[in-house]
Design a protein. Structure first.
Length: 164
């Protein structure tokens, strides 16, 4: 079972992506980036090593080397020093969700993908394959049915308890 909501998630930390430096890296091709900033009234000045991997169809993909553990990562998170998610020990938001929250999130994602507003059924969005629409619609119905069966089960338990 996931830990409770008092655990920090990665969304609690300021982040820097390697993509935000792509233009600079392509033009100057440095071996490291200099970081200089202040966090909670403390100044930080250090270099972050850049790594690159060859792509299959030519060119290179650039990565940060975590200043703490030297892992190759695409995003660094600020916990004083900019480090990778493994060094912070924080989880993704979805890793902190409880099992009962997951169907709600999935229903919202299906509604958004199908372009439904106000939980009302609307026709297939333009450009979406019929098979995809059918699959998403059936998944939506399945999640709704499971909600209804759980509510009915809870009603039976409440009635049984009130009768005894």
């Amino acid at each position: 079972m996931p830990t409770t909501a008092n655990t920090h998630s990665l969304s609690d930390y300021k982040q820097i992506s390697i993509n935000s430096f792509n233009d600079y890296i392509r033009t100057s091709q440095p071996n490291h980036l200099a970081f200089s900033y202040s966090h909670r009234n403390k100044s930080y000045n250090y270099n972050v090593e850049l790594l690159k991997t060859k792509c299959n169809y030519g060119g290179y993909r650039y990565w940060f080397a975590c200043p703490k553990c030297s892992r190759r990562v695409g995003v660094l998170y600020c916990a004083g020093l900019y480090v990778c998610r493994h060094c912070i020990g924080a989880n993704y938001q979805t890793q902190l969700m409880q099992p009962w929250q997951r169907p709600d999130i999935r229903i919202q994602a299906i509604r958004k993908r199908l372009g439904w507003r106000y939980s009302m059924y609307q026709p297939k969005p333009k450009g979406m394959h019929r098979a995809t629409h059918k699959r998403l619609f059936m998944e939506y119905i399945e999640i709704e049915d499971s909600y209804i069966s759980r509510i009915e089960m809870i009603d039976k338990l409440v009635k049984a308890k009130s009768n005894s």
